[in-house]
Design a protein around this ligand. Structure first.
Ligand code: HEC
Length: 159
């Protein structure tokens, strides 16, 4: 009896592997990326790439176990939901008031430690932000929200 249950579970596990994820992403204009649009300094880019881009952009790097159902479904669900909230890859094409709201929300969740998700930092050590990194990233986001990205643009044109 015990073996029959195990056999059924093993077959079910194999069967669900045939339900493949659709991970294709649309072709987007790289100039609309948040880091590009806001001329993010390289420290900011590094933090965002390590801590946010896997979920909140079209540049998701999936781990090998991310191909294995049902983990793959769980990852796909997170990524889909995250992109629906804010997708850094298309930031520049959002209306200005939505950009401001998104930047304010980012500042808040980073400062509060809500983002990146704990289930993510548990596995991705490089995404764990120190208190100092949280403060500086949150400050950058709120500066950008306040000035509509003008700070980054002005710094860029002074170079
Ligand atoms: C593991 C995937 C993942 C990572 C990494 C991640 N997020 Fe999220 N994020 C989500 C999901 C899923 C949601 C929507 C559900 C929720 O709020 O928990 C979300 C929601 C948000 C929201 C909307 C919150 C609200 O209240 O409307 C903001 C803003 C946000 N994330 C910013 C960030 C920033 C900034 C980073 C990097 C520092 C980040 N996220 C990293 C998955 C992620």
């Amino acid at each position: 009896m015990k073996y029959r249950i195990l056999a059924v579970l093993a077959l079910a596990f194999i069967a669900i592997q045939f339900i493949r994820s659709n991970r294709s992403v649309p072709v987007v204009d790289a100039a609309q990326d948040l880091c590009t649009t806001l001329r993010a300094p390289s420290e900011v880019r590094t933090l965002l790439r390590a801590a946010c881009y896997d979920c909140h952009s079209y540049q998701t790097h999936y781990p090998w176990y991310g191909q294995v159902a049902p983990i793959s479904w769980w990852l796909d669900h997170h990524v889909k939901e995250a992109r629906e909230h804010i997708n850094f890859s298309v930031f520049g094409s959002m209306p200005p008031h939505e950009q401001t709201e998104a930047l304010e929300a980012c500042s808040e969740v980073v400062l509060d430690g809500e983002m990146p998700l704990r289930s993510y930092t548990w596995i991705h050590a490089e995404a764990r932000l120190t208190a100092e990194q949280r403060r500086s990233l949150a400050a950058w986001f709120s500066d950008q929200a306040r000035t509509g990205g003008a700070v980054g643009r002005a710094q860029e044109s002074n170079k």
